[in-house]
Ligand binder design. Structure first.
Ligand SMILES: Cc1cc2nc3c(=O)[nH]c(=O)nc-3n(C[C@H](O)[C@H](O)[C@H](O)COP(=O)(O)O)c2cc1C
Ligand code: SF4
Length: 662
C-alpha cells in the first residue's frame, strides 16, 4: 500500500471510517427547486461514494426555509418532515456506495439576498455586507428570535438522525450565521448574544448543545473558519480559543476552513494558492482541542495528503474540487494509480458554472453533475472519426470518441499537443494547469488515437481518412487589427510567445516590450515577461481597474495585487496601438498621439474563432461539429463540455438515427 496513513481506518466517536478521506460539502445545485433531494443529486453523491471516500458530507442544507437560504438558493433543505424521504434515500445511496453519510446543516444569516428570501436577511447586527459576490443589508435579530433559530438547527439535526445519516456537520464557516455571531466585525450586539468573546460564543455553543441533545450519541462535526483573514476579524488565535469550547459543548471533530464572503479567495482558493496551505492551522487547532481535525483546502495529491497525516498535521483530509474532477481519486490512490487521477487545477470554473439552477460542473470532467447520463459505451465500433486540433477540447473529444470505439485520427498543426492549455499554463502561478496538460498527454499516449503532429489539416487530409464524423477543435486566431506604417519592431501574437514559439530581444525601461491588450492574456503575459527580467509596457484600451476582467475573479484579485507591486510593469490605460514607426510603436493615449520606443510588440487585443477548416469541410457528407474556441472564444471548460455533448449527441444519433442530428 503506497499510502498507509491515508488508508488507515479511523473513528469519530463510535463511527468507524474505512480511511481518512472525506468528501467536502459542496453545493451541487442538483436538488429540486423546492429544496428536496433529486435523483440527479443521489447519482452525483453515489458516484463519489463508490469512488472510495470514507465519508461524504452532503452540501449546505438549509435549517430554515424562511431565512436560512444563502444567496445561492435553491438549496437542499431539511427543515420539515417533508424532506425526510429524499434525504433518507440520499444517505442510503451514499452508504450503499461504501461511505459514511454526513449532512451539513446551515443558516446563511446576512449572506443572503432579499430577492431569494422574499424578506430582509437577518444577522446578529445590521452590518452591511459588501463583497465581490454579494451586497446585503441585513436586519439585526431580536433577542427573542435567536432561541428559535437554535431550535431549528436542533430540529434539522434530529431529522438527519431519523433518516439515517451517520453524522451531522454544523456549517460554522464561510461567514454564515454561526460565524457571524463569533465575528467582532459582524456581531456588534451588547446583550446576552454579543459584546465580548464569551457572549459572541454563546450562539454557537447553544447550537452545539441543542444539536447534541437532539442527536444523542451520533458524531457531530463542526466546520469552522479558523481565521477570517480580514483586518479586525477572527484570527487563528481566536480559532484556538473557540475550537476547544465547541468540543467541550459536544463537537467531536473540527473541519478546518477559512474566510467568509469577504475573502472567498481563502475558501475556494484560486490557482495561485499552494497545496495544503491550511495544514499549519489544522495542526494548531488539533493541538488546542486534542480532538480529530479534518483539513480542507487545496489537498490535491495523495502524496501530500499522506505526508500531512503522517506528520500529524491533520487526522483526515477533506477533498472538494479534487472529487469534482475525479470521483475515483481515493480508489486510484489506493491502487497506486496516481498518474491516472484527473487533477483539479483550482481553475474555479466550477464556481462560475455552479449556482442558481445550474448543476455542479467541472472544466475537466464533463460528467460531473450529469451522473445520470448513460456511460459512453462502444457505440462507435467500426466507425471512423477525425478531430482537428489537439488543444484540450480536441484531446477530450478524441479520448471520448476512442472510448466509444471510433478509430480516431487527431490532426495538430504544431509539433506538440496541448494548444491553449500551454498558453494558459505558462504564466507565473498557473503551473497547476500543467498537471492537467500532463494528464491529457498520458491519456492520449495510452489511447488508440492516431495523433498526427505537425500536420495542418486540410479538406484533403480529412477526406482521405473517410471519416464518419469530424470534430473541429481548431481554436481561435487573433482578431483583425490594422496597424499603420512600417518599422522594425518585431510583432508577434502573445500566445505565440507563451507557446514558446518566439524569442524576444532584450528590453529596458526606455525600450520595453509592449503588450497590446489588457485582458487576461495580456496581463499574464506582462507578469510572465517581468519574471524573465523584461521591462513591460501593458497597453489597455480600458481603464487600469478593468485589467484581466475576463479572468476568474479570485485568481484575478491575486494577479492584480502582484501586478501593482511589480516595478517592471507599467500600464498605459485608455490607450490604443495604432501603428509602427521605425523602432517605435504609435500610441494614442488619452487624446494624444506619441511614439513609444519598443523592443517588441506582443498582440493580445482579442481572439476570434478560427472557422477556416470548418468552412472548408462544410461540403463533407458527414457531421462536421465545431467545438470550443472554433465556435466562440471561451475557456477550457466550455471546450471540454462541447466535446462531451458532441459525443453524447452522437451516441443518441447512432443508437436512434432519427432522434438528434449532431
Ligand atoms: C462548487 C462548490 C460548492 C461549495 N459549497 C460548499 C458548501 O455547501 N459548504 C461548505 O462548507 N463549503 C462549500 N464549498 C467549499 C468546499 O467544501 C472546500 O472547502 C473548498 O472548495 C476548498 O477545498 P478544495 O480545494 O478541496 O476544493 C464549496 C466549494 C465548491 C467548489
Ligand atoms: S472546474 Fe477547475 S477548480 Fe473546479 S473542480 Fe474542475 S478543475 Fe477543479
Amino acid at each position: 500500500m503506497d499510502f498507509p496513513h491515508l488508508f488507515a481506518p479511523f473513528a469519530i466517536r463510535d463511527m468507524r471510517l474505512k480511511n481518512r478521506i472525506i468528501m467536502a460539502p459542496m453545493e451541487s445545485h442538483l436538488g429540486n427547486a423546492d429544496g428536496s433531494v433529486s435523483k440527479e443529486a443521489i447519482a452525483y453523491y453515489r458516484e463519489r461514494a463508490l469512488g472510495g471516500v470514507g465519508m461524504v458530507v452532503v452540501e449546505y442544507t438549509c435549517v430554515d426555509g424562511q431565512e436560512g437560504f444563502s444567496s445561492m438558493a435553491p438549496q437542499l433543505r431539511l427543515d420539515s418532515p417533508f424532506y425526510r424521504s429524499g434525504h433518507g434515500k440520499l444517505a442510503a445511496a451514499i452508504q450503499s456506495g461504501g461511505a459514511r453519510a454526513c449532512v451539513q446543516l446551515s443558516h446563511a444569516g446576512r449572506q443572503s439576498r432579499e430577492s431569494v428570501l422574499g424578506r430582509q436577511p437577518v444577522a446578529p447586527s445590521a452590518v452591511p455586507l459588501k463583497s465581490l459576490y454579494l451586497n446585503a443589508v441585513p436586519r439585526a435579530l431580536e433577542a427573542d428570535e435567536i432561541p428559535h433559530i437554535v431550535q431549528r438547527y436542533a430540529d434539522a439535526a434530529a431529522l438527519a438522525a431519523q433518516v439515517g445519516y451517520d453524522a451531522v456537520m454544523l456549517h460554522g464557516a464561510h461567514g454564515y450565521l454561526l460565524q457571524q455571531f463569533l465575528s467582532p466585525l459582524v456581531n456588534r450586539r451588547d446583550d446576552d448574544w454579543g459584546g465580548d468573546f464569551e457572549r459572541r460564543l454563546r450562539f454557537p455553543l447553544e447550537v452545539v448543545k441543542a444539536v447534541r441533545a437532539a442527536i444523542g450519541n451520533m458524531p457531530l462535526l463542526y466546520r469552522m473558519s479558523v481565521s477570517d483573514f480580514i483586518e479586525g476579524g477572527l484570527t487563528i488565535e481566536d480559532g484556538e480559543a473557540i475550537a476547544p469550547r465547541l468540543c467541550e459543548a459536544g463537537v467531536d471533530a473540527i473541519d478546518i476552513s477559512c474566510g467568509s464572503l469577504d475573502r472567498v479567495d481563502v475558501i475556494v482558493e484560486p490557482m495561485s494558492i499552494d497545496e495544503g496551505w491550511r495544514l499549519p492551522m489544522a495542526r494548531r487547532i488539533r493541538a488546542a482541542t486534542g480532538k480529530p481535525v479534518i483539513c480542507a483546502g487545496v489537498i490535491r495529491r495523495p502524496e501530500m495528503a499522506e505526508a500531512a497525516i503522517a506528520a500529524g498535521d491533520t487526522d483526515m483530509v477533506s477533498l472538494g474540487r479534487a472529487l469534482l474532477a475525479d470521483p475515483l481519486w481515493p480508489n486510484k490512490a489506493r491502487m497506486g494509480r496516481t498518474d491516472d487521477i484527473r487533477p483539479c487545477t483550482s481553475c474555479n470554473w466550477c464556481i462560475k458554472e455552479t449556482g442558481g439552477n445550474r448543476g455542479v460542473s467541472c472544466a475537466e470532467n464533463p460528467r460531473c453533475g450529469h451522473e445520470t447520463d448513460p456511460p459512453i459505451d462502444d457505440f462507435g465500433q467500426g466507425l471512423r472519426a477525425v478531430v482537428v486540433g489537439a488543444g484540450p477540447g480536441g484531446i477530450a473529444a478524441s479520448l471520448l470518441l476512442d472510448q466509444a470505439g471510433f478509430a480516431v485520427t487527431l490532426f495538430e498543426k504544431r509539433h506538440g499537443a496541448g494548444g491553449n492549455l500551454i498558453t494558459s499554463a505558462t504564466p507565473p502561478n498557473k503551473e497547476k494547469l500543467f498537471w492537467y496538460h500532463d494528464f491529457l498527454q498520458r491519456r492520449l499516449a495510452a489511447s488508440r488515437v492516431d495523433l498526427r503532429l505537425g500536420v495542418e489539416a486540410t479538406a484533403d487530409h480529412v477526406d482521405a481518412e473517410r471519416p464518419d464524423v469530424v470534430v473541429v477543435a481548431a481554436g481561435s486566431k487573433l482578431a483583425p487589427l490594422a496597424l499603420d506604417g512600417v518599422g522594425d519592431v518585431p510583432v508577434h501574437p502573445a500566445f505565440a510567445l507563451l507557446l514558446g514559439d518566439v524569442a524576444l530581444p532584450p528590453s529596458s525601461p526606455e525600450r520595453p516590450i509592449l503588450i497590446y491588450g489588457g485582458g487576461e492574456t495580456g496581463t499574464e503575459t506582462a507578469e510572465h515577461l517581468a519574471k524573465q527580467g523584461h521591462h513591460v509596457l501593458l497597453v489597455s484600451r480600458s481603464d487600469a481597474a478593468l485589467l484581466a476582467r475576463n479572468a476568474e475573479p479570485l485568481y484575478r484579485m491575486h494577479l492584480l495585487q502582484r501586478l501593482r507591486a511589480n516595478a517592471a510593469i507599467t500600464v498605459a490605460d485608455h490607450s490604443a496601438v495604432t501603428g509602427i514607426d521605425g523602432d517605435a510603436v504609435i500610441l494614442q493615449s488619452k487624446g494624444e498621439t506619441r511614439r513609444q520606443p519598443a523592443a517588441a510588440l506582443l498582440l493580445a487585443h482579442g481572439l476570434v474563432p478560427d472557422t477556416r477548416i470548418a468552412d472548408a469541410l462544410a461540403h463533407l457528407p458527414v457531421p462536421v461539429v465545431p467545438i470550443g474556441d472554433s465556435v466562440r472564444v471561451a475557456r477550457i471548460g466550455e471546450a471540454v463540455r462541447d466535446a462531451y455533448r458532441c459525443v453524447q449527441d452522437l451516441r443518441r444519433t447512432i443508437n436512434q438515427p432519427e432522434a438528434i442530428a449532431c
